[in-house]
Write a protein that binds this ligand. Structure first.
Ligand SMILES: [Fe+2]
Length: 479
């Protein structure tokens, strides 16, 4: 049942019209609803002639029944009735427009607030996958989807695939593969139904040239109402606005890569100054990353650690090649110059405003826990985690590499030497993690990826040696 009263925001004009028709023209006016039931009655004089005038509205909302004492009176009143009816109809149309406009404004404002919320959350997030995750979760929350899936490609064409359950219903299995396989190729945002009656809302992720780069799919279970056209429109708008952001992030990823390659090139240039340290920065970076992984650092921390390790000897560019490559014993003045290289590293890196932990890692690798290191003589926890990790990686590589004045040490000897200085000079967890990383990198008794030229005195029992050494380091009393 519906009536004109449900659709008129301002009923004053209706009252005036009814008053005019009933009082001035002396008609009996009845307003009827869509079921032809009277809802308003005006005027006393009814009679032999009556006519029904429906309201002009997209749906049935009833109309006016006008009655006069005789057909002639009704005929005379008809132009007035039609005029009132036309005015009422145009008022109804204006109110429809007004309602639609205010609904659109409401929708627009909720879309804007959604977009600003997502923008605030992804500002400062540097990983593309994390941005996708935040966006997917926010959209799923906004349209009350229970599951959401995303499949796309990153900067280097690597696959990014995400699946999340928004509701906490653990009994519902995520149907990622099913959804993406069935609906993975839509070219426009669309609503469709899965075989079990779930409602799916699929939206393509586009590149700048409008090429489709991936898909987002939202799912509502069969016991929920299907997605509406408003929700489809919202996802379409969001997708259009957010796609350029993802494009920028992909570009940012490539800039990061360019930056890392530049750092590697610099590290290679430093290593090349001294034939005995060839490849040193790269190996230190490998060992540091291996230690970081054993310490379960986050992937972003590990890539920062890698950069810090590549940069750790950058300051050697300010030390003469004669001193760096001198075969004999260094004079105290020469050693004083070498001790300045972390200070030079600091000076070189200051202008590029690196994150504090990367800079600290690069310039603190000669600091020692007991304060005997250089350049600042920092102690214990004054030395950053990255500084403590790179110190272990650096010393291990120095010991296992050939020097002008000695042969490369065997891994066992180098590790034993490191272990002697655990807690006094080197961080126990970093040393333990290096041993465990070496242990984890021994396929068939060889040291696989970490360093192919490492020398072992007793390869046959290296694994056992590392196991026992790890046990000793883990259980030795604190010093
Ligand atoms: Fe160094």
């Amino acid at each position: 049942m519906s009536s004109i009263q449900d659709h008129l925001f301002d009923s004053e004009f209706l009252d005036l019209s009814l008053h005019y028709l009933s009082e001035t023209l002396q008609l009996k006016i009845t307003v009827l609803d869509s079921d032809q039931r009277p809802i308003i009655e005006k005027g006393e004089i009814g009679g032999a002639a009556a006519r029904y005038y429906p309201f002009n509205f997209p749906q049935n909302i009833g109309g006016l029944s006008c009655a006069a004492p005789n057909p002639e009176a009704l005929e005379r009143a008809e132009p007035h009735i039609n005029y009132c009816l036309a005015s009422l109809n145009s008022q109804l149309l204006r109110e429809i427009e007004l309602r639609e406009t205010s609904e659109e404004m409401l929708q627009l404002s909720s879309q804007l607030s959604f977009l600003s919320r997502v923008a605030l959350k992804i500002i400062g997030v540097e990983e593309l996958e994390q941005c996708y995750r935040i966006t997917l979760r926010e959209i799923a929350g906004a349209i009350k989807a229970e599951q959401a899936f995303l499949k796309t490609r990153g900067r280097w064409d690597e696959e990014i695939s995400l699946a999340l359950a928004v509701g906490q219903d653990e009994s519902v299995t995520l149907r990622e593969s099913e959804c993406l396989k069935e609906r993975g190729g839509c070219e426009h945002t669309m609503i469709c139904a899965a075989a079990d009656g779930s409602s799916l809302l699929c939206s393509p992720i586009r590149e700048k040239d409008n090429k489709i780069r991936g898909q987002m799919i939202f799912l509502r279970l069969p016991n929920q109402r299907p997605f509406s056209s408003y929700e489809k429109k919202l996802v379409g708008i969001i997708e259009n606005i957010i796609s350029p952001t993802f494009e920028t992030l992909r570009l940012y990823d490539s800039l990061q890569d360019l930056y890392l390659n530049t750092v590697k090139a610099l590290a290679a240039a430093i290593d090349a100054k001294d034939e005995y340290t060839h490849g040193h920065s790269f190996r230190v970076a490998k060992y540091a990353v291996a230690i970081g992984r054993q310490l379960k650092l986050e992937s972003k921390e590990i890539s920062d650690l890698e950069i810090a390790a590549y940069m750790h000897d950058l300051g050697k560019i300010g030390v003469s090649e004669q001193i760096l490559g001198k075969p004999g014993k260094l004079t105290s003045d020469e050693f004083g110059q070498i001790k300045q290289h972390p200070v030079f590293t600091d000076r070189i890196l200051q202008p590029i405003h690196l994150a504090g932990h990367i800079l600290q890692g690069a310039i603190q690798h000669h600091e020692r826990l007991d304060g005997s290191g250089y350049p600042l003589g920092l102690r214990g926890q004054e030395i950053s985690l990255f500084g403590r990790i790179i110190a272990v990686a650096d010393v291990f590589d120095a010991m296992t590499s050939k020097r002008p004045y000695r042969e490369a040490m065997a891994v066992e000897t180098a590790l034993k030497t490191l272990c002697q200085d655990v807690d006094s000079q080197f961080d126990r967890n970093a040393v333990l993690s290096l041993i465990q990383a070496l242990q984890a990198n021994i396929p068939n008794g060889e040291l696989g990826e970490l360093h192919t030229t490492l020398r072992f005195d007793a390869l046959h029992n290296l694994k056992q040696f590392l196991l026992e050494l790890a046990e000793i380091v883990a259980t030795m009393p604190a010093r």
